[in-house]
Ligand binder design. Structure first.
Ligand SMILES: Cc1cc2nc3c(=O)[nH]c(=O)nc-3n(C[C@H](O)[C@H](O)[C@H](O)COP(=O)(O)OP(=O)(O)OC[C@H]3O[C@@H](n4cnc5c(N)ncnc54)[C@H](O)[C@@H]3O)c2cc1C
Ligand code: FES
Ligand code: FES
Length: 490
């Protein structure tokens, strides 16, 4: 075991001992390094003022860079990685980086509080080769909020900033050398073990080490992307001891695909799972694209979304409708659980102390099956769901041959609507059976009222989502999606 956290801050090596493992990267930068360019707005991953870039070795490409919210990442998660902040864009001769120059030229900043965060999101686009497509720019910037400039000039800056040329051999060599340097920095130690008076933190490198650690510490908090757990610390002021981080477990980071299914390891971020899940069904990909922001998707995992058991997590209803299962592991023993059986009741999942989610297996819809998922939230981007409906339906000879419907936001757990399903299966797919299914939904669920939606709104929306499914499956030429309208505005 290795006690010190090793990473690069820009080009400078850091080796930290005696640091509270729950210190956020944002606090570390501002309070320990006195680098105050990175700002704190919300401290909950929402505003993007704290956006930084994490670089890590990534096989052939040399380095993979991703934006994250420094306010909800803990310092030990930097181990073996490079941390880049707005200060690292400063050049020796004082000239501005192209993304900064573009912001100046388009007047992309007024009070400037949000600006370092935006600049880091723009820098990420620049590192990825630049972007001119409005939709892709929106996606990259949706997690950065500005309350005075307005987004037009900033989007313009993104379009104008350019990016690293694909054939820039000097940049490629720089990334390869960096990846080797980072790999060498941490290759001697196995599990990182920070044992501080304020709490312990372990970061195993293999799932065997992870399984053994969790058997020794069955009450540990498992940390994946930290986009839920980070807020327990910054907003609920919890002390977590010990924390076991799965983000460095190499064999939990793979995505594998066959003709019939996709398997996502528990350490895979949404950003990395996106393409494969999009191949399961377009609406699963679209659902992933609308989870949080780019920064959240670059850290958060599908496994974390399942393990936290939230009734409004976006992935579970879709995965339940698809018939997904999860693989749980404790010690050397693994077991498969159909996802719909994992959620026992509000706040209770079928997971024993010491057990962890190893992977999720998502079947692709069989031939003839249509899959649709609809997320209803107050804002289109970067918002938590009020109601989510997901449907897998096969219509043969005008009759509903198969139908699975699952909802989020309608009960204490993500859940199938079995009475609604029964009302449709074997019936003609028409307005009469649609009405019967909508009526049945009212006996499947008794939703609650909270700050996101009233119980009446939730029920009406859920029933209307069935109408949307009916229109999209029986009259596909009718425009039903906001994405299309949004595209028309560009
Ligand atoms: C600004 C913001 C926006 C968000 N937007 C959305 C959204 O649009 N839709 C949505 O569904 N969610 C959203 N979330 C919530 C969050 O991003 C997701 O729930 C995410 O999937 C959590 O994954 P994680 O890897 O960050 O989990 P963590 O925060 O690391 O962990 C979450 C929980 O799962 C447990 N856990 C994690 N991995 C495992 C494992 N392998 N085995 C056992 N237990 C495990 C942890 O102990 C913890 O209880 C948002 C969060 C923020 C901060
Ligand atoms: S401070 Fe708002 S996202 Fe981090
Ligand atoms: S420039 Fe003031 S918040 Fe964006």
């Amino acid at each position: 075991m290795r006690p010190d956290i090793r990473f690069l801050l820009g080009d400078e090596e850091r080796s930290l001992r005696n640091i509270d493992p729950q210190m956020t990267v944002l606090d570390y930068l501002r309070l320990e390094e006195r680098k105050s360019g990175t700002k704190e707005g919300c401290a909950e991953g929402d505003c993007g003022a704290c956006t930084v870039i994490i670089g890590e070795p990534n096989g052939d490409e040399g380095m993979a860079y991703r934006t994250v919210n420094a306010c909800i990442q803990f310092v030990p998660t930097l181990d073996g990685k490079q941390l880049l902040t707005v200060e690292h864009l400063k050049s020796k001769d004082g000239s501005l980086h192209p993304v900064q120059q573009a912001m100046v030229e388009t007047h992309g900043s007024q009070c400037g509080f949000c600006t370092p965060g935006f600049v880091m999101s723009l820098y990420q686009l620049w590192l990825d080769g630049g972007e001119e497509d409005r939709g892709a720019i929106n996606d990259a910037l949706a997690g950065n909020l500005c309350r005075c400039t307005g987004y037009g000039p900033i989007i313009e800056a993104a379009r104008n900033a350019g990016g690293v040329a694909a054939n820039d051999t000097a940049e490629q060599k720089r990334r390869t050398d960096l990846a080797i340097r980072l790999t060498n920095m941490v290759k001697d130690g196995g599990t990182l073990a920070v044992e501080h008076a304020a709490g312990r933190y372990y970061a195993p490198r293999t799932s065997d080490e992870l399984a053994a650690l969790l058997v020794s510490h069955p009450d540990a908090t498992v940390l994946a992307g930290g986009t839920d757990v980070g807020l327990w610390v910054t907003k609920m002021l919890k002390r977590l001891d010990p924390i076991i981080y799965i983000g460095d477990v190499a064999d939990l980071k793979s995505v594998s695909e066959t003709e019939t299914s996709v398997t996502i390891g528990a350490g895979v971020t949404y950003s990395r799972a996106h393409d494969a899940l999009g191949r399961v069904a377009a609406d699963v990909g679209e659902l992933v694209r609308r989870i949080g922001s780019r920064q959240i998707r670059n850290a958060g995992t599908v496994g974390g979304n399942i393990a936290n058991g939230s009734p409004i997590g976006d992935m579970p209803p879709a995965l339940i409708a698809l018939g997904a299962k999860i693989v749980l592991r404790m010690g050397d023993v693994t077991r498969d659980v159909p996802l719909e059986e994992f959620f026992v009741s509000y706040g209770k999942q079928d997971r024993m102390p010491g057990e962890f989610v190893q992977s999720v297996i998502v079947p692709k819809p069989a031939s003839g099956m249509t899959f649709k998922a609809y997320k209803i939230s107050k804002r289109f981007d970067q918002d938590i769901t009020a109601v989510l409906g997901a449907f897998a339906i096969r219509v043969a000879d005008g009759k509903v041959a198969e139908f699975r419907a699952a909802f989020g936001g309608m009960a204490g757990t993500p859940m199938r609507a079995k009475k609604c399903e029964a009302a449709l299966i074997g019936q003609d797919w028409n307005e009469a059976s649609l009405s019967a299914a909508q009526l049945a939904l009212a006996s499947d669920f008794a939703p609650m009222t909270d700050m996101r939606a009233s119980k009446e709104y939730r029920m009406l929306v859920a029933q209307n989502l069935l109408t949307k499914l009916f229109i999209e499956t029986s009259a596909p030429d009718i425009a039903t999606r906001l994405v299309g309208k949004e595209a028309a505005l560009v």
